[in-house]
Design a protein around this ligand. Structure first.
Ligand code: NAD
Ligand code: LMR
Length: 329
């Protein structure tokens, strides 16, 4: 039997977990490769009971690709041997809050978990979903001595998917027609969804949609504020779409990206597009499908767009300063 891939999910008893685990186990994400799920939630009876219940449902799906499920309250157990660790467990924001308001409450979670991630497999890859995800990713990576910073990333794939859906609706085409959208910067209201390099049916978005005022105004704002709009409408933050984006992120890194395509992920800044070093910022990424990735170079941005990218990166530097006491190396 093929060796199972061990996938750890934190906050697995929560609402994102409930949409995520089934798609990790079903074969959708890792193909025929068997998956062993390690599920972490808080060491309190209520959370552990809910976790057991969710695990029971995963087992009851009878997925041929599921090699086993282990529930735990100990990050050292959860991350032991993991090739992927999806760090979801943390508090979501409520109405009227910014994601950055969570930083001092959620940030410390990623100190201990960062340390425990040293138990991961040699091919460990980490996706941070819990907000504010870019800065939580920085905290986890800086507390995980010995694991390269490039093995960590934070989730902006949801923002890319939202941007694609907005552009498709405006152009009256399908989501599949939209390509080459990049979300730059922070998963926050300062993020910049780049439409200047995006295409619809192979043509420039600026040509197909033509309405630059809409692109620079309502489009950018809709993507930036979508999380808040969902909280206002549902009373809860996005869950199924967030889980779906996490699956997209994992799949994007697992396979080689076609030469003419890319995807958005917050990765360890290499200075591309004038991003400051020492932060996790969203950039256009291509995976080599073997555990490595590169940042797509040469995208042309107008001065207006460069200003937006600079502003969202400045916000990440400010967030880093707020958690300076939680950062190690
Ligand atoms: P939720 O409250 O439904 O679930 C969170 C779960 O995490 C709970 O079961 C809780 O017990 C658990 N948890 C809390 N602290 C933990 C810890 N230290 N260790 C292990 N488990 C812990 O929340 P949710 O809706 O699933 O959202 C989770 C996080 O994801 C939030 O921070 C939310 O803002 C974020 N989020 C990010 C994106 C994104 O695009 N990056 C999208 C949606 C949600
Ligand atoms: C989202 O973008 O939906 C999540 O980050 C949840 C939130 O707080 O907006």
């Amino acid at each position: 039997m093929t060796k199972p891939i061990v996938v750890a999910v934190t906050g697995a008893a929560g609402q994102i977990g409930y949409s995520l685990l089934f798609r990790l186990a079903s074969g959708e994400t890792f193909g025929d490769r068997p998956v062993f799920l390690k599920l972490l939630d808080l060491p309190i009876p209520e959370a552990q009971k809910k976790l057991e219940g969710t695990a029971m449902e995963v087992l009851d799906c009878g997925f041929r690709t599921l090699a086993g499920v282990e529930c735990t309250a100990d990050p050292n157990v959860a991350f032991d041997g993991a090739s992927w660790a999806l760090l979801v467990g943390s508090k979501p924001r409520g109405p009227g809050m910014a994601r950055a308001d969570l930083i001092r409450e959620n940030g410390p979670i990623f100190v201990g978990q960062g340390n425990a991630l040293q138990r991961g497999a040699s091919d460990l890859r980490v996706l941070v979903v819990g907000n504010p995800c870019n800065t939580n990713c920085l905290i986890a990576a800086s507390n995980c001595a010995g694991v390269p910073k490039e093995r960590f990333g934070a989730m902006t794939r949801l923002d890319e998917n939202r941007a694609i859906a907005q552009l498709a609706a405006k152009a009256g085409c399908t989501n599949a027609d939209v390509a080459r959208v990049t979300v730059f910067g922070n998963h926050s209201e300062s993020m910049y969804p780049d439409f200047e390099n995006a295409t619809i049916g192979g043509k420039a978005v600026t040509e197909v949609i033509g309405d630059r005022d809409w692109l620079q105004g309502p489009f950018v704002q809709a993507v930036q504020n979508r999380g808040k709009a969902i909280i206002a409408a549902r009373g809860l933050s996005s869950a199924a779409s967030a889980a779906s984006a996490a699956i997209d992120h994992v799949k994007d890194f697992e396979r080689k990206t076609p030469t003419d395509a890319w995807f958005s992920a917050a990765v360890w800044s290499d200075g591309s597009y004038d991003s400051p070093l020492g932060i996790y910022t969203s950039l256009p990424v291509q995976s080599d499908g073997k555990g490595g990735y590169s940042v797509v170079q040469g995208l042309r941005l107008s001065d207006w767009a460069k200003g937006k990218v600079a502003a969202t990166n400045k916000e990440l530097l400010d967030e880093r300063a707020v958690v300076a006491d939680l950062l190690k190396g």
